[in-house]
Ligand binder design. Structure first.
Ligand SMILES: [Zn+2]
Length: 406
C-alpha cells in the first residue's frame, strides 16, 4: 500500500474548495484520499512521507478533449512508415504528457494512410500513462470533390450515402467512447489552403439525417458530438440534439441561450480551421456567463493529404501540437480573470470542463478526495502564469510521477 503527502504554497483544486493556500494532499494507491491545508493534514497523518513542493503550485493535470494525435499526427511529424506509425504516435503522446496533459479525447476519422480502428488504437496505447478516450467519427473534407471517411471503414473514402447508412452509424456508435466530433455537419478545410478546399463549410447533412444519427447514438446509450461552425451548421446541431459542439465559431446569442437550455457542451479550438476566425474572447465569455460547459482544446494535428499540407503542418509544428494548449488558452483564461472569474474557473477550461466532455469528471479534472491523483507541480498556474511546458516541474498520473523536471 503506497501513501504519501504532497504539499505546496498553493493548491488550485478546481473544485468547490477553490484555492487552498499552504495546501496538502494525501495520495493513497493512486487516489486522493484527503485534501486540505497543510496544518490540518499534518495534524491528522503521522509517519507518512511528505513531498514538499515549496513555492510551486499544485493543480489538476490538463485535459485536451479534441485531438488527432494517433491517426494524422505521425506522418505529419515524422518520416515514418506503416510499421513505425504507432511508435510515432506514442512519441506524440509523450510530448502531450511532457506538456502536463494526462487525458485526451482522440478523434478516429478513418485514416487514409493506414487502416487503424478504435480497438487497434486502444490496444496500442494500453501501456501509456494517460487516460485516452476515443471518438469514432465520420470526416468530410471540403475539396472540389468533397471526400468522406469514417472510423469504421478505414483507409478507403466512402460515398456520401454511406455517411447515413444505418449499419455504419451503428458501428460508429458501438465503438464511440465519448462525444467527439463524430459528425462533420459542414465539410472541414482541415489545414489546407483556402483555394484547395473550396467546399469547406458546406453543409453535408440534412436536419432529418442528423436527427436520425443522433437518435441511433442515444439508443446505444452514447453521447454524440458534432464538428459545427457557422450559424447554419450550429443551428442544425442544436436542433438535432447533439450533446457537444466542437469549434462553434460564429455561435449567435440566441444559439448560446438554446445551448444553455439544452445543456449542450462546447469545445472551442482556437487553432481551428485556417479559414475561420478563432472564437473571440467575447464569445467565450458569453458562453461561460450562460453557464455552458466550455473547454479549450488544441485539435492537434490536422491531416496531411499532400505535400503542401505536410509542409504547412511542419512549419506550424510548434503552434499545432498539444504543447500549445496552455498558450492557446492563455488569452481566454486571462480574459476570464479580467472579467471577475477566479483562477479555478479559468483553469476549468483545460481541466474539469474537458473531463466532463469525456464523461470522466468523476475520475479526474479536479482535485478532490476520491478522484485519481492526476496533477501537476508547476512554477505557476498553467495557462495563466505559465504557458511553456518547461515550467511544469512534475506530472503525476494516478499517483505515479511520470514527468520530472525537478
Ligand atoms: Zn478535429
Amino acid at each position: 500500500m503506497s501513501i504519501f503527502i504532497i504539499k505546496a504554497k498553493k493548491i488550485i483544486t478546481v473544485s468547490k474548495k477553490g484555492t487552498i493556500d499552504h495546501g496538502a494532499m494525501v495520495v493513497q494507491n493512486g487516489k486522493i484520499i484527503n485534501i486540505s491545508t497543510w496544518e490540518k493534514i499534518n495534524q491528522k497523518y503521522h509517519q507518512v512521507q511528505v513531498i514538499d513542493c515549496g513555492e510551486n503550485i499544485i493543480c489538476p493535470s490538463l485535459v485536451d478533449c479534441h485531438t488527432h494525435l494517433l491517426e494524422f499526427a505521425p506522418p505529419s511529424q515524422f518520416p515514418i512508415t506503416k510499421e513505425t506509425h504507432l511508435l510515432a504516435g506514442k512519441a506524440v503522446l509523450l510530448d502531450a504528457l511532457y506538456s502536463g496533459i494526462t487525458a485526451l479525447g482522440e478523434q478516429v476519422c478513418g485514416n487514409p494512410i493506414c487502416d487503424l480502428r478504435v480497438p487497434d488504437l486502444k490496444q496500442a496505447v494500453q501501456d501509456v500513462p494517460m487516460d485516452i478516450s476515443f471518438a469514432a467519427d465520420c470526416l468530410s473534407i471540403g475539396f472540389q470533390r468533397i471526400i468522406h471517411f469514417s472510423a469504421v471503414t478505414g483507409s478507403t473514402p466512402i460515398p456520401r450515402e454511406n455517411l447515413v447508412n444505418k449499419e455504419i452509424i451503428e458501428a460508429l456508435a458501438t465503438e464511440n467512447e465519448y462525444a467527439g466530433e463524430n459528425i462533420f455537419i459542414t465539410a472541414t478545410p482541415a489545414n489546407f489552403q483556402k483555394s484547395e478546399v473550396p467546399n469547406a463549410g458546406k453543409l453535408i447533412y440534412s436536419k432529418q439525417e442528423l436527427t436520425t444519427i443522433v437518435s441511433i447514438f442515444h439508443d446505444y446509450g452514447k453521447q454524440i458530438g458534432a464538428h459545427a461552425a457557422g450559424e447554419q451548421g450550429i443551428q442544425m446541431a442544436l436542433e438535432s440534439g447533439f450533446d457537444v459542439l466542437h469549434h462553434a465559431q460564429g455561435i449567435t446569442d440566441s444559439q448560446i441561450e438554446k445551448a444553455a437550455r439544452q445543456n449542450t457542451k462546447v469545445v472551442v479550438t482556437p487553432l481551428g480551421g485556417p479559414y475561420l476566425e478563432s472564437n473571440s474572447l467575447e464569445e467565450i465569455l458569453k458562453l461561460v456567463n450562460a453557464h455552458l460547459t466550455v473547454s479549450i482544446s488544441t485539435d492537434a494535428f490536422l491531416p496531411p493529404y499532400e505535400k503542401k499540407a505536410v509542409a504547412l503542418s511542419n512549419d506550424r509544428k510548434t503552434l499545432m501540437g498539444p504543447e500549445a494548449l496552455m498558450a492557446i488558452a492563455n488569452p481566454y483564461m486571462k480574459g476570464m480573470l479580467a472579467n471577475g472569474y477566479d483562477e479555478n474557473e479559468a483553469l476549468a477550461l483545460i481541466t474539469r470542463n474537458p473531463a466532463k466532455v469525456l464523461g470522466k469528471e468523476k475520475h479526474f479534472g479536479s482535485l478532490e478526495a476520491g478522484k485519481d491523483a492526476n496533477f501537476l507541480v508547476a512554477e505557476g498556474i498553467p495557462g495563466i502564469d505559465i504557458i511553456n511546458p518547461s515550467k511544469i516541474k512534475a506530472v503525476y498520473f494516478r499517483g505515479e510521477k511520470v514527468v520530472s523536471r525537478l
